[in-house]
Design a protein around this ligand. Structure first.
Ligand SMILES: Cc1cc2nc3c(=O)[nH]c(=O)nc-3n(C[C@H](O)[C@H](O)[C@H](O)COP(=O)(O)O)c2cc1C
Length: 199
């Protein structure tokens, strides 16, 4: 029996490898499925020993290369955070499938290189428009209406466009089920290892 017909997920996890297979299915689907709560996970960074978090759109998930891709404004605060400390956590939970996925790793910043060019060329005009906002993300302002994007040339936003590539070395999977929760950690250090955890 399956719990989630669209994704064909198991209703029980007895083999630890199934937790990684499900996580991959969920995260690949989430890239294009705006209704998946994993389409907009929480992405955290560290600034002056404080954790800061924000929602970002997941643009790519690749388990083989253990990476996720996010798009952002090069002027955003998080760019400075990752320049100083590349540590990052990405977490999401979807109550429909009762699964939380948490990943830990490091963020690399891309600006005006092959990665950003490819990502920009594959972005829609609607997505590109955000990068034409004047002043830059997080600047303190007195009147937000002055910052509504009206007259703009879409391609000029490229100079403010950055790609964040998240390289993860652990993936934790938690499945909530009344008969017994299931929690597994997958780690890629020198070698890949996976373990069940008390949930
Ligand atoms: C649904 C949703 C999707 C978002 N997607 C992105 C995104 O893909 N990239 C991004 O930089 N900010 C995105 N944001 C805005 C961020 O959450 C955040 O407010 C902004 O990037 C400033 O964050 P920072 O000051 O920590 O850099 C999104 C917000 C929401 C609510």
């Amino acid at each position: 029996m399956k719990s989630e017909s669209r994704l064909d997920l198991p209703i029980e996890y007895s083999k630890i490898e199934d937790t990684l297979i499900s996580a991959e299915k969920i995260l690949i689907r989430a890239v294009d499925d705006a209704k998946s709560l994993f389409h907009t996970p929480i992405v955290s960074s560290i600034k002056n020993n404080q954790i800061t978090s924000r929602v970002m759109v997941l643009r790519e998930f690749d388990l083989k290369d253990r990476k996720m891709r996010f798009h952002t404004d090069f002027r955003a605060s998080k760019i400075h955070h990752y320049e100083e400390d590349s540590s990052a956590t990405v977490i999401g939970y979807d109550p429909e499938i009762k699964i939380q996925i948490k990943l830990q790793g490091n963020m690399s910043i891309h600006y005006d290189d092959e990665t950003t060019k490819l990502a920009w060329d594959n972005s829609t005009s609607r997505s590109k428009k955000c990068y034409s906002v004047k002043g830059g993300s997080s600047k303190e302002i007195s009147n937000p209406e002055e910052y509504d994007i009206k007259d703009f040339k879409v391609e000029e936003g490229y100079k403010n466009f950055a790609v964040l590539v998240f390289h993860f070395n652990s993936l934790e999977f938690l499945y909530l089920k009344s008969s017994g929760h299931r929690r597994a950690i997958h780690k890629w250090n020198d070698e890949y290892d996976s373990k069940w955890l008390v949930p």
